[in-house]
Design a protein around this ligand. Structure first.
Ligand SMILES: *Cc1c(COP(=O)(O)O)cnc(C)c1O
Length: 432
């Protein structure tokens, strides 16, 4: 299993061109007796069994379409209503303010494109919108699309070397015609917690001033809270947000379902057309099992925040300490005092994160890199680059994200295996 960089890339290429049946046999053989340590909870989480139990009937006996009028439909509709109420409880909002979507990607798209489309109908003239440089692509690419329109100006709020936006810098960006701000709550790559409360306060101040002056421009605030929902309060009233996106599979729920909180009286234009479900904002037959699942998963969130947060951050600290003590030239990409309990983004100087990832995978340890492998070219993470990290250093980043089912023994195993892997990779790395 000891292979170098080029061999690894070759393996990955072979992997991609092997027929599915053969791959399945290989994967099962390799993994049969191997330990499995999952440290990629930012990518997705294993589903809570109680969540699965709650979902099961809605695949089979209770299969009705939630918009059908007969009893089959009514049963499904009731389950959706219950999930909506659970979600509203979690967000501290009204059930009528909850829109179920196919995930956070769709929630972000509806929030951003839907709001701007609605605002453009009001003949406001040129409008200005703000986001940060470290957003998830589901936000960033919406802004990049809007930026191409003549009547829209976009500002990207930079972050400091710890990956955090500054409230003061934000305040400086606001103009008379700023109508929309989208700022993520917790970054998915570094776990950096953003000053959402401060941003909301600034927005409130601007709104009050505009009201006094009778200014025509409204101002709305959206946050992508996907990575925050596990361990942080997502009370929309406390936070002072108008729109918020959540995803089922990042919080021990199912994939393919998400939530968009839309504050009462905020008008969004649909960006998808059809059966007018979800107040016309998300046409398409409701994913009843998925919706039941996310509603159930959110019920456990409060519990998780109170009981698991300490456990997970304890394991995470143990990992950071163990790795930095046993391996030279490692840096934490982020600020220890300002990251979510389950993230640790570590930069290993002089080597490629992909090689580390593959070597760890051979040992049954699943992590992720900050890079996106687009069309064969390895692009360093836009988040790490935004933090001012050099391109070559950004390539050496590994994201460890922990969950409540991880154990001390698993972390010990990682601390034991990793130094050997890094040592070997550094030995064969081309010196530049
Ligand atoms: C995973 C993730 C998304 C996308 O969520 P999906 O439900 O998979 O579409 C959006 N934003 C952040 C911060 C994420 O981590």
């Amino acid at each position: 299993t000891q292979v170098d960089c080029h061999q690894q890339k070759f393996i990955v290429q072979c992997w991609a061109s092997t027929p599915y049946e053969k791959l399945l046999i290989i994967i099962n053989k390799v993994n049969k007796n191997m330990q499995k340590i999952y440290l990629d909870h930012s990518a997705t989480t294993p589903m809570n069994e109680k969540v699965l139990d709650a979902m099961m009937p809605y695949f089979t006996s209770e299969f009705g379409n939630a918009t059908s009028i007969h009893t089959f439909g009514q049963k499904a509709s009731l389950a959706v209503q219950r999930a909506r109420e659970n979600t509203a409880l979690f967000l501290n909002c009204k059930a009528s303010e909850v829109v179920f979507t196919s995930g956070a990607t769709e929630a972000n798209n509806i929030a951003i494109l839907g709001l701007i489309k609605a605002l453009q109908k009001n003949n406001l003239g040129k409008i200005h919108i703000i986001t940060s440089t470290i957003e998830h692509p589901a936000v960033l690419e919406c802004f990049q699309l809007l930026e191409k329109e003549d009547d829209i100006e976009v500002s990207y709020l930079p972050v400091n070397s710890k990956g955090i936006v500054s409230k003061d810098e934000f305040e400086k960006l606001i103009k008379d015609n700023t109508v929309f701000v989208s700022m993520m709550y917790v970054n998915n790559e570094t776990g950096a917690v953003q000053p959402i409360l401060d941003i909301a306060k600034t927005i409130k101040k601007v709104k009050e001033k505009r009201k006094k002056e009778g200014a025509k421009f409204p101002l709305y605030f959206h946050t992508d809270a996907v990575q925050a929902a596990n361990f942080f309060s997502c009370d929309v009233k406390d936070l002072g947000v108008d729109l918020m996106s959540l995803s089922g599979h990042k919080i021990s729920g199912p994939k393919g379902v998400g939530v968009l909180f839309v504050k009462d009286n905020i008008v969004l234009e649909p960006i998808q057309f059809g059966g007018h479900q979800e107040k016309g904002l998300r046409s398409g037959t409701l994913n009843v099992p998925g919706i039941v699942g996310i509603g159930e998963a959110l019920l456990f969130a409060e519990d998780r925040r109170k009981t698991n947060s300490k456990k997970v951050s304890g394991l995470r600290d143990m990992l950071i300490e163990g790795v930095t003590e046993n391996i030279p030239d490692v840096v934490l990409n982020g600020d220890m005092d300002n990251i979510s309990p389950f993230h640790a983004n570590l930069g290993f100087k002089g080597i490629e994160g992909e090689s580390i990832l593959l070597d760890l995978d051979f040992e049954g340890i699943a992590v992720s890199t900050g890079s996106a492998c687009a069309s064969g070219a390895l692009n360093p993470s836009h988040v790490l680059l935004a933090m001012g990290i050099r391109k070559e250093d950004a390539h050496g980043a590994i994201r460890f994200t922990l969950g409540s089912s991880n154990t001390e023994k698993e972390i010990e195993t990682v601390i034991e295996k990793l130094p050997k892997i890094i040592k070997r990779l550094r030995k064969i790395a081309p010196k530049n």
